[in-house]
Write a protein that binds this ligand. Structure first.
Ligand code: NAP
Length: 638
């Protein structure tokens, strides 16, 4: 995206201008990497361990300038020396990782982070070795992938690379999943784009957090570049998948938009259907009686011009938080019904385009992109986990540990800085539950500022009824509106619904779950041989990370399971009940230690019985480690 010349051609003045737009911690590690000299990170300038610090890691403006001044001659020398980087030893890389995180790291973390950085020249995700399996055997084995969103595209690419036959079934007319479906105004990714991208398909993103059309185009182009579109049956929905124990094959009934149905068969099925695409409408009296336009954020009706309209919004989650500020700019009035406020974390660059200088650094200065991705990865994933973890001795309400309390203070101060604490609004926007109890939203202040607008009102009085003309609350107050928008989330804990998945004993999976969806490692299921899921039970992340990273771990693991079947002419694989139960016991205990598992926190992460069905409670490092390859002792392989 940068129109500037490459490193060999860039003149000194332009180079200085480019350096002025660098993220300083990223620049510092890049310089160590280019020169082999760690002096610059040993000079006393430290990155703050506060992951909510700015893009410069809390380094003071004077120190930032000091680094820029040092950087210019070093990069000039690198350019004039022909651009040959120094080689680094392991200890220096460890030191660089510690420098950037602002903390001491355990050794196993360093290995994990080195892999995330792809510093070992290999791919970030090593796929299972299938060379020993004959191409005929590979071709003979077929997989049906359900869904062509982020994880379905990934599965298809990896199956194709492995030489395994597959077909993808997609209900929509195009790829993209959630990015195809959610088109509401303001929709954008809330993980940094340089981590919210496939490890094998980096992109010169226009924004730090790009808007939905950019994300959709990314997934469309990755599918095209990897030539998988021809293997996708669009406008086709899986109704039922049933395991045939005799044949050891899955019989999959699909329904097409033209009304036809077909029975397909395959050796294995991978469900990659996502969790956030079936709208959840609240159970409120009178729902459906509103006479004006009424729609859900996930099914935005763009034909309605909201200019000058009185708009009612129900919900203040990640979707409403993005569309409401834009709606408020057009509408005559916006009345937001808030049941629980979200915690909002400051991210100054949330809406910013990446400046030209940083584009140049990302695409032309060796290693800058690697350290930039790592810095984003740390600040928005693993680095946040400690502050979401419970200390059993802590007994202050509204937080679960000292670190969580400090996070609470930081986020409360952020709200106070924008909203002020004189107004009743302040007490409405500061949540009572601990930070990280629900998905924390990242923002540059847009949300709070929109709530301060004269035409916006936040109502916390619970809704009792929806009428022809608006909403009535518990206190009896009536709110009239012209348009009603539901930002009320998705039927997330109803995993894989409305598909029917019937196992080898004839039991449908939802029947077996009875409201308690569970999986082994989130991916495999006793009684359902050769059936796998991505983004299944307990594989969601609240604070720590990019779901694409998680999906890459899962696809590697699922391919590992398939490799187990293909080896020695096996036909099926399923987890043992013991492994499944032990895994779930550990997950449940783990979630009870996290902010989102706290008893008084209500969210879509929990099911009706209060169990956390969605989330992985441990670190990304551990998931990465556990998903290197399936442990054959945890499976029955026939
Ligand atoms: P959500 O987080 O589940 O939020 C739903 C909102 O509706 C909550 O404020 C909820 O209140 C409220 N609500 C539900 N039923 C209600 C009722 N009966 N009366 C009043 N309020 C009610 O849904 P979402 O905003 O669509 O987000 C879902 C998930 O999608 C997010 O957590 C995130 O993972 C993902 N997402 C990501 C992005 C992004 O990457 N940029 C954007 C949007 C969504 P309570 O909190 O009290 O339940």
């Amino acid at each position: 995206m940068s129109a500037l010349p490459d490193l060999a051609q860039i003149d000194d003045a332009t180079l200085a201008a480019v350096i002025a737009e660098a993220s300083i911690p990223t620049l510092m590690n890049t310089l160590v990497h280019l020169t082999g000299d760690p002096a610059i990170i040993r000079g006393g300038i430290k990155v703050s361990p506060n992951v909510f610090a700015d893009n410069h890691g809390g380094i003071s403006p004077e120190d930032q300038q000091h680094i820029r001044d040092q950087a210019l001659p070093l990069i000039k020398a690198f350019r004039d020396g022909g651009g040959v980087p120094a080689s680094l030893d392991e200890d220096v890389i460890r030191e660089m990782i510690q420098f950037m995180t602002g903390m001491q790291m355990q050794p196993e973390y360093v290995d994990f982070l080195k892999s995330e950085l792809s510093l070992d020249d290999g791919p970030a995700f090593e796929q299972p070795a299938l060379e020993a399996i004959s191409p005929d055997r590979l071709k003979d084995f077929s997989v049906i992938v359900i869904g062509a969103g982020m994880s379905g595209i990934l599965t298809a690419i990896k199956l194709k690379e492995a030489g395994i036959a597959y077909t993808v079934i997609e209900k929509n007319p195009d790829v993209g999943g959630t990015w195809f479906q959610n088109t509401y105004p303001g929709c954008r990714v809330d993980s940094p784009n340089h981590t919210y991208s496939y490890s094998f398909a980096p992109r010169d993103w226009p924004n730090y957090y790009s808007p939905q059309p950019v994300l959709l185009e990314y997934f469309q182009s990755v599918a095209k570049d990897h030539d998988i579109r021809g293997d996708i049956q669009f406008n086709t929905e899986v109704e039922r998948a049933e395991y045939d124990s005799e044949e050891k094959r899955w019989r999959v009934t699909v329904h097409r938009d033209d009304g036809s149905t077909e029975l397909l068969t395959a050796n294995a099925v991978v469900s990659a259907v996502g969790q956030l695409n079936r709208p959840h409408y609240p159970e409120i009296n009178g729902i459906g009686s509103f006479e004006g336009p009424a729609f859900h954020s996930g099914e935005w009706e763009h034909e309605h011009d909201l200019t000058g309209k009185r708009v009612i919004v129900i919900g203040t989650g990640a979707s409403a938080f993005q569309f409401t500020p834009i709606v408020a700019e057009q509408a005559d009035s916006v009345t937001i019904f808030q049941r629980t406020p979200p915690w909002v974390a400051p991210r100054a660059e949330y809406h910013d385009e990446i400046p030209e200088g940083e584009h140049w650094l990302l695409s032309h200065l060796l290693f800058y992109d690697v350290w930039f991705r790592f810095f984003q990865f740390w600040r928005t994933s693993e680095g946040v986990l400690a502050s979401a973890t419970r200390d059993e001795a802590w007994n202050e309400s509204g937080s679960i540990s000292q670190a969580n309390h400090m996070l609470r203070e930081l986020l409360t101060e952020n709200a106070r800085r924008i909203v002020g604490d004189e107004d009743a609004l302040f007490s409405k926007v500061v949540p009572g539950y601990p930070p990280a109890g629900k998905r924390m939203l990242v923002d540059n202040g847009t949300w709070y500022r929109s709530l301060l607008r004269d035409n916006v009102e936040v109502v916390t009085d619970p809704i009792t009824k929806i009428t022809k003309t608006g909403v009535v609350t518990e206190s009896g107050r009536e709110f009239e509106g012209d348009v009603l928008i539901y930002g009320t989330g998705f039927q997330a804990s109803n995993f894989m619904s409305p598909m029917q998945i019937v196992g080898r004993d004839g039991v449908e999976i939802h029947e077996r779950w009875n409201g308690e969806p569970r999986a082994y490692m989130g991916m495999a299921y006793p009684y359902y041989p050769n059936f796998f899921s991505i983004y299944g039970p307990n594989t969601n992340l609240v604070v720590n990370g990019s779901i694409i990273f998680f999906s890459e771990c899962q696809v590697r693991y699922i391919l590992g399971c398939i490799a187990q079947v293909l080896t020695d002419d096996h036909r099926s694989i399923e987890p043992t009940l013991e492994a499944f139960e032990a895994h779930n016991e550990r997950i449940d205990q783990g979630n009870l230690q996290m902010a989102w598992g706290a008893p008084h926190v209500r969210s879509w992460y929990k099911n009706a019985s209060g169990r956390v069905t969605q989330n992985w409670p441990f670190s990304l490092r551990e998931f990465w480690e556990l998903t290197q390859a399936p442990d054959p002792q945890h499976f029955v392989i026939e």
